[in-house]
Design a protein around this ligand. Sequence first.
Ligand code: C2E
Ligand code: MG
Ligand code: MG
Ligand code: MG
Length: 286
Amino acid sequence: HAKRLGGDRQEVFRPILRPLGKNIVDLESDLRDAIRKETLGVVFQPIVRLEDQSIAGFEVLARWTHPKRGKITPTEFIPIAEQSGLINELGMYMLDKGAGQLAFWQKELPSEQPLFASVNLSSRQLLKHDLINDVKAILSRTSLAPGTLKLELTESLIMSNPEYSAKVLERLRNLGAGLSLDDFGTGHSSLSYLQRFPFDTIKIDQSFVKSSGSSSRPVLLRTIVAMGRDLGMSVVAEGAENEADALELYQLGCEYAQGFFFGEPTSADDASKLLRKMASERETAA
Ligand code: C2E
Ligand code: MG
Ligand code: MG
Ligand code: MG
């Protein structure tokens, strides 16, 4: 199992390689089970317009409660899925559930500006030859408003194969998928990537937003927001945890925010309740 764990990780894991190796194989097959039996959880975290705090869309996030071990976080199980190749199946499952739920909302709870849903994509999925056809099939099956199904990708993902990634992203964009650059500011060639790849949205990593940051943090945050806007992109700030964060982002001219202050990731049913509440509040105000 040493190979499976990959190059630089091997050293860190060596002292406990055996038990960990076995655990990973077990977890892998349990995760495969969860996907096939559709017990893998799908939750939705609101992304709000700072201007009026209305819900513009949701990020779709995976949740896993293991039958014996209890809750396992995505930062634990996503790497396992990536190493085993299971990420393709997991990714399609999330796309399918996310797009399906979004189609339901667009039909049942229509809003002036159509709601969007944003689904995370792993590097390995980008290399999968039929990704384009899979996304195309989902889009034609759901007939979503154009650009409202967004794919979130990180810089490190694209960096591993920039030429090929550029081609795939171009094709996804042409199909009518939105593209968000996730965790912006944590990678390496951020600035050139904004020009080189057809992203329409940047998501500023929460490390730039957290109130606890260093003294240069507000300058960086302001600069990223201004740059995104000047490039004509939508800018979403991640990790708005309190009112002060939200207010700062609003004052900097950031258009959208996501974070515990506005809502934690919740079930589709609870997200529907939020949307209904928002719609009825809008009606009373009008
Ligand atoms: P991400 O794509 O950057 O997702 C945002 C993460 O920040 C989520 O963690 C979310 O719960 C968390 N978050 C949201 N608001 C706040 C806040 O105000 N404060 C703090 N401290 N955190 C906040 P989560 O759900 O644990 O996911 C972690 C990462 O796992 C995600 O980061 C994403 O990279 C990955 N992931 C989750 N679901 C999927 C999936 O379906 N596919 C793939 N490929 N990756 C996924
Ligand atoms: Mg994301
Ligand atoms: Mg993110
Ligand atoms: Mg993040």
